[in-house]
Design a protein around this ligand. Sequence first.
Ligand code: NAD
Length: 481
Amino acid sequence: MEKLQNFINGTYVPPKNGQYIDNYEPATGQVYALIPDSDEEDVLAAVDAAEKAFPIWSNMSIEERSKILVRLSEGIERNMDEFVQAESRDNGKPVSLAAHVDIPRAVSNFHFFATAITHFASESHHMEGVGINFTTRKPIGIVGCISPWNLPLYLFSWKIAPALAAGNCVIAKPSEITPYTAYMLGKMAQEAGMPAGVLNILHGTGPKVGDAIVKHPKIKAISFTGGTKTGEYIARTAGPMFKKLSLELGGKNPNIIFADCNFDDMLSTTIRSSFANQGQICLCGSRIFVERPIYEKFKEAFVAKVSRSKVSFPSDPEAKLGAIVSEAHMEKILSYIALAKEEGGTVLTGGNRVHLPAPHDQGYYIEPTIIEGLSYDCRTNQEEIFGPVVTITPFDTEEEALMMANSTMYGLAGTIWTTNLNRAHRVADQLQSGIVWVNAWLVRDLRTPFGGVKASGVGREGGWEALRFFTEAKNIFIKYE
Ligand code: NAD
């Protein structure tokens, strides 16, 4: 069985404790690789390497650093098919999704920040007759990047790319549930000519190696994407150490559909925003609010189309939904469907585990599920499920829609469907979330701020926001004589 290794100081090495954990293929439910069960000792080795590499990397000209990162992005692009297959196998997502979304986006992330850094400028503030302030922005030093399993290389690179571009050395940990493409990235860094120790990739569990990264005093900033509970723990640990923190956490996003929307566009996009990646995208709209005059029409059309969506193994080109990422997560999703029924919900379509024929008979598959008849404030409508499960709820007024949409502890993203421009502005302005799409979903411009409010996180990623996060500002004032 293949044994993955950590990438430390520019080479692949086994974990110091010699221990490994199982890596499952969600499509079959079988273990297909072993990953290092790293701990504090591996973090110490990575920090040591990063410390030695920092003067080299941070003093390298921006042009040279940029070239290395461009080469890294080109390396992923050259090996696109290998990355696509690996991502799909590790995560369970349809190959077509990895090919169209995940891996191309990882390429873009590196390319975007490799070139962004060459345009990144700092500010000066002139005080008439008094003097001038100018602000320098320097890399922080060694930073930690911890990412989740749902968009593995996509989110891993979304953090690593700006951290490296800004001149930091990185200790990164992908999710232990989807380590494979992060493992492959080490080789791309070698081939791109990245100096040893600049990028270190450690594998293992959150409580063990993740915690050791968060606690290491020489790691000065933590960029984390994952669940709200984990984010809370990280904030509690890193806060008193005065580390810079970027936390991208959970969501329970509303999708608000007004009767005057372009119905066909809305319907096809709503199917994607509900069930893409088996609903395991932090931006998926899991609470659908529909204006009453079109509620029945929407319900009928939505249920009819979704019930025909094919759930299949990831390499099936017809698959609209692939496998759920793990058995534990599948059980969690099924328990929420059971809860929804207890809370009085009616399952309009789906609701069950899907059993495919061998060799996928032990895989983790769930039907796309639509539930109605629940109150907006029940647990099913308040807690993050993060699976192929949505609820639909009618509303009568804009105020009511906004009240229900804003009723959760989360505030990551929201979608509004209307052709009334005034209403689009009004509702977008009042939605409590970091991101709003009007008549669209998941249209991403890498320059825009990305992140949430309330329990969905602290800070923003993307564009200058990310480069500012991964640098320290110093203001210098010079008096005019
Ligand atoms: P998770 O919080 O369980 O794990 C995320 C990462 O943190 C993993 O690498 C894990 O090993 C690590 N980790 C766990 N405990 C840790 C600890 N004590 N110290 C340090 N690291 C630790 O989340 P998950 O289940 O992998 O991902 C799903 C969650 O991620 C969902 O809540 C989803 O909404 C969220 N998410 C948010 C965004 C966003 O941009 N806001 C994007 C994708 C996913």
